[in-house]
Write a protein that binds this ligand. Structure first.
Ligand SMILES: Nc1nc2c(ncn2[C@@H]2O[C@H](COP(=O)(O)OP(=O)(O)OP(=O)(O)O)[C@@H](O)[C@H]2O)c(=O)[nH]1
Ligand SMILES: [Mg+2]
Length: 443
């Protein structure tokens, strides 16, 4: 699967950079074309794998290259004001070779969180046939209410696209794919977390994106380390998981043919299983020579023994099953149970002799049993390396304590903001205080 990748904001740019670094290492990439967009100049300068001609600084006139300070309304409006420049950069991408767009961003900051819906809306209006996927990073709970509020608004806007509470944002009746029209490309408004979130994924009539792969900064960071320390690891995990999943089925010269190919259609169908997804990733280093000698001793065989092969294959099968379970647990760090997703894709990468077919099949069956849906896809990715990796994509997340918490945190932030507004209104006696809307959150 080949994508045009857009990293927006600080996190988005760094994740894009990490993708490009990893892709250089494995000499393969799902990123056909890359673009980093930011309002902060230093963020862009810090990217070492993104080329200078792939960097776009926006809003210099208003933000002076200093970012938008976690104000995602400003992030949205600056992106809108610069949409033509973004458009020109997107036009440089070889669109006919792309299977879709992938926007990389944090959801809690200002530039990426506000700019992503604007860019998604623009892509929909210009290149309607190509799907838009987002890798969106949820802020840590430790980062407080404002980031949670930003994330909930950005998510809500991406899932709903237009707010039923605001007639000026209603779907265009003349358009078949309402909400995905050029007409709306100047719409900078972000939907609030209290605005009819009711089962947004299922009922959304006007989503701006085809799928959001959510990454939870909390799920991957350890209590004893700072978030900044965890970012590197998190970014690397995202890059590895998504690259492996997207690149596995790409035919390349000299590439080993998988026994079971995961192709673009498998990935798209898995992502079509819902609007929200999550990924998991696990690695196991293959035994060093010393360990192998030890194992040989335990087995009491030499390496040409036939039983040895069986033993190796049993070991390979077990290794894969353990890795898939581990990958499930990392993915479920974001969510709660496998019952809360509707579809999945399992990919196992490693040297051919350890890609045990039965192990992959049994892992798929194991996930399938729990999801209780027929659609768990899977495949292998043969490549020479001293380790085995499992990448997991779980889609159609329909129940999530983490998201409920995020929306609750966001609602509290909304209330705080309104309380401040009320005080200011009373002080100046300019306007009546607004009535706080009833808050109901459902995922
Ligand atoms: N995983 C990950 N998260 C990051 C990284 N950098 C920042 N974040 C998270 O992103 C959120 C902040 O968003 P940023 O991407 O820094 O914000 P921005 O889009 O650049 O917007 P402004 O700085 O407000 O202009 C917080 O939740 C951070 O924890 C990163 O490299 N990796
Ligand atoms: Mg920033």
């Amino acid at each position: 699967m080949q994508v045009g990748a857009i990293g927006i904001g600080q996190a988005g740019g760094k994740i894009l950079d990490t993708f490009l670094a990893y892709d250089e290492e494995i000499a393969e990439s799902p990123i056909r074309s890359a673009l980093a967009v930011n309002t902060a100049e230093t963020d862009l300068l810090g990217l070492t794998h993104v080329g200078d001609d792939q960097k776009l600084l926006i809003g210099e006139d208003t933000q002076n290259g200093g970012g938008v300070g976690a104000d995602n309304e400003t992030g949205a409006s600056v992106t809108t004001d610069n949409i033509e420049r973004i458009h020109d950069s997107l036009e440089q991408m070889p669109r006919h070779e792309l299977d879709g767009f992938l926007i990389l961003t944090s959801l809690g900051g200002g530039t990426g969180s506000g700019g992503t819906p604007v860019i998604a809306r623009h892509i929909n209006s210009m290149y309607d046939s190509l799907p838009v996927y987002v890798v969106g990073v949820l802020p840590s709970k430790r980062e407080g209410q404002l980031y949670a509020y930003n994330a909930a608004r950005s998510l809500q806007t991406l899932l709903q696209g237009a707010s039923p509470n605001n007639p000026s944002h209603s779907p265009d009746p003349d358009s078949e794919r309402s909400g995905r029209t050029a007409k709306e490309s100047s719409d900078t408004r972000l939907i609030g977390p209290d605005e009819s979130i009711t089962e947004a994924q299922e009922t959304a009539s006007t989503p701006l994106v085809d799928n959001i792969i959510l990454i939870d900064n909390d799920a991957y960071s350890r209590p004893d380390e700072s978030l900044e320390q965890a970012w590197k690891y998190i970014n690397r995990t995202i890059a590895q998981a998504v690259t492996d999943l997207f690149a596995a089925g790409e035919p390349l010269e000299n590439k080993r043919i998988p026994e079971s190919v995961v192709d673009t259609a498998d990935i798209k169908q898995t992502l079509n299983g819902g609007r929200l997804s999550t990924i998991g990733y696990a690695t196991s280093h293959l035994e060093t020579d010393t360990t192998q000698t030890l194992l040989d001793r335990v087995r009491g065989t030499d390496s040409t023994d036939l039983n040895n092969h069986d033993f190796d294959q049993q070991e390979a099968e077990l290794r894969i099953m353990n890795l898939v379970r581990e990958a499930t647990q990392t993915a479920l760090g974001f969510d709660t149970t496998l019952e809360s997703v509707t579809t999945g894709l399992v990919l196992v990468a490693g040297p051919t002799d350890v890609l045990n077919r039965r192990g992959i099949q049994r892992s798929r069956d194991w996930i399938q049993d729990q999801i209780e849906a027929p659609a768990v896809r899977g495949g292998d990715y043969p490549r020479d390396q001293p380790e085995v990796q499992t990448a997991l994509l779980l889609s159609g997340v329909h129940e999530s304590d983490r998201l409920r918490e995020l929306y609750a945190q966001a609602a509290r932030a909304r209330q705080t903001i309104e309380d401040i507004d009320d005080t200011e209104a009373a002080d100046t006696a300019l306007t009546d205080p607004p009535t706080p809307p009833d808050y109901e959150h459902h995922i």
